[in-house]
Design a protein around this ligand. Structure first.
Ligand SMILES: [Zn+2]
Length: 294
């Protein structure tokens, strides 16, 4: 196990952060705006989000760099600023953490499909290498390849991330099939765990796609397939569209009440994805350590 990851998991469940997009929207980000560009134009507001998570008790915070790869950014005519946006993303989270939380830098999917030939493996590899290097060079503690729907793309991103020497978390979306226990491409938790472990991931995970109840079977099946630490970031239940915005139906308390079960099933890192905010992170802390919050 990577020493940094070992250090974390030996202390018990690690609380990560929640969603960033909705928090940035609450601070003025428009629905069609590219959130990562705010690292350059509104670093103060991005920093507020990071700080809100640290204050809520996140021991690990991510970075506002989910979409900052050249494939996604090419469409935004911002590809020349890949390095800068990633570097600032790490710096903003680092400054907000002030040593109280580790900074795991976010790498999201390209938005293109390998299978249909929309993008080549070679182009994807270059894009992930560029982003991973920028994040590592700026001082990230670890890299998180997240919200992946295609195991082939996840493996390319993992390989690029591993080249930096940092520990790497790879987290996929399980939201397909009758039981919502497969990725978009049909891979099971067992296959994902075995493939990513074999490919050198330090932590395997699941995020987004469904509410916290659906994460229990995925966690159990991950644990049966691998001894690697498990990272989970469920959504806050199911979305309903209200005034053009997705509203999620789980309360922070409902979400937090499901966390002990995930811990029992072998989870090591827990936070939230869509619909979760700092109040969810604080609720997890209260649920796990009630005496500390009286
Ligand atoms: Zn999500």
């Amino acid at each position: 196990m990577h020493p940094l990851i070992q250090q974390f998991v030996s202390r018990g469940l690690v609380i990560t952060d929640g969603a960033w997009g909705t928090e940035l929207q609450a601070r003025g980000l428009g629905l069609g705006d590219f959130p990562d560009a705010w690292n350059l134009t509104h670093p103060d507001r991005v920093g507020e989000v990071a700080r809100a998570y640290v204050e809520a008790g996140s021991q690990v915070i991510l970075t506002n760099t989910f979409g900052a790869n050249r494939v996604r950014m090419a469409e935004l005519a911002a590809a020349s600023r890949v390095e800068e946006i990633n570097r600032r993303g790490v710096e903003i989270s680092r400054e907000a953490a002030r040593g109280r939380a580790a900074v795991f830098a976010s790498i999201g999917p390209s938005g293109k499909l390998l299978l249909s030939g929309e993008i080549s493996e070679a182009d994807l590899r270059v894009a992930f290498q560029e982003q991973a290097r920028a994040l590592a060079g700026a001082g990230a503690d670890a890299l998180v390849v997240e919200t992946m729907t295609d195991l082939a793309e996840a493996r390319l991103a993992l390989a690029a991330a591993l080249e930096t020497g940092l520990p790497v978390v790879v987290s996929m979306v399980f939201d397909t099939g009758k039981e919502k226990d497969r990725t978009m491409m049909g891979d099971t938790p067992e296959r994902v765990a075995a493939t990513l472990a074999q490919a050198g991931a330090h932590v395997i995970g699941a995020n987004c796609g469904q509410g916290i109840q659906g994460f229990a079977p995925v966690c159990r099946r991950f644990r049966s397939a691998t001894a690697l630490p498990i990272w989970l970031k469920p959504n806050a239940g199911l979305p309903a569209i209200v005034d053009g915005h997705a509203r999620y139906n789980a309360s922070p308390e409902e979400f937090a009440n499901a966390v002990p079960e995930l811990l029992r099933l072998g989870a090591n890192f827990i936070g939230g994805c869509c619909g979760t905010g700092p109040d969810f992170i604080a609720a997890i802390g209260r649920r796990l350590n009630p005496e500390r919050h009286e």
